[in-house]
Write a protein of this length. Structure first.
Length: 241
């Protein structure tokens, strides 16, 4: 997300590249990085994979601070505010459509088999490495587009915006909503985004409270809905009256 945000912002601020082309470059730049990174990193499993990807994120953050022209630790100012809500809605709608279509496709079944038991999937002829790398690259494109749109929505970006805290926040969307179905992270993202805004509208200062609420919701989901809110809703829908 940070690579996409800085790529798009630098293109518009320094080179006056048109907004659509800058956003497209913001989506492609992370993919170019993710392709060679994914092959060795995706050989890792569990906590080692998490440590490797988080470590790479910190490397990117340090590079953004030290590379000339990025604004260093102060960040990049003067980014044109050209992102509109319909831009975000269009990208989100396209992503949801792709995930919805993926469910019943050959690739979708292969990814589901890898998620359940990678060893068994390989035994049935599924090229798990190729599928994982392609998914890793596709995720990088989506994150890059989000970063590019975000950069042109907030006027300013800084390297610390794309650190460990942001990664944890995004991970919470999937954990709270449930990653077993494609609309689960949407549910989690909507809840964790709207709730603090609703509290702010009611006069409650939601800055520090937001962290507390996120932690409380996460603990409640782990205890009472280990498959996320989507899993809880699906279980209730299947329960006989």
């Amino acid at each position: 997300m940070g690579i996409g945000a800085y790529t798009a912002a630098l293109l518009t601020v320094r080179l006056q590249v048109p907004f659509p082309l800058a956003v497209l470059a913001g989506g492609l730049a992370p993919a170019v990085v993710a392709l060679p990174l994914g092959v060795p990193v995706l050989r890792l499993r569990g906590v080692f994979l998490a440590i490797a990807t988080i470590g790479f994120g910190e490397v990117v953050r340090v590079l953004l601070i030290n590379i000339p022209g990025t604004g260093g630790a102060l960040g990049l100012n003067g980014i044109p505010n050209v992102t509109r809500l319909w831009h975000i809605g269009a990208v989100l709608g396209l992503a949801v459509f792709v995930f919805w279509r993926l469910r019943g496709s050959r690739s979708g079944f292969a990814l589901d088999a890898i998620r359940q038991d990678e060893t068994a999937a390989r035994g049935t002829g599924v090229d798990a490495t190729a599928y994982k790398v392609r998914t890793f690259v596709a995720g990088a494109v989506l994150a890059g587009l989000a970063g590019a749109l975000s950069a042109h929505f907030t006027f300013f970006i800084g390297p610390n915006e794309f650190g460990f805290d942001r990664a944890v926040s995004i991970l919470l969307y999937a954990v709270v909503g449930g990653s077993g179905v494609f609309w689960g992270p949407l549910l989690g993202a909507g809840l964790l985004t709207v709730l603090p805004e609703a509290l702010r509208a009611s006069g409650v200062q939601a800055g520090a409270l937001r962290l507390f609420l996120n932690g409380a919701i996460l603990v409640a989901v782990i205890l009472f809905a280990p498959h996320g809110l989507a899993g809880l809703l699906r279980r209730r829908a299947r329960r006989p009256a």
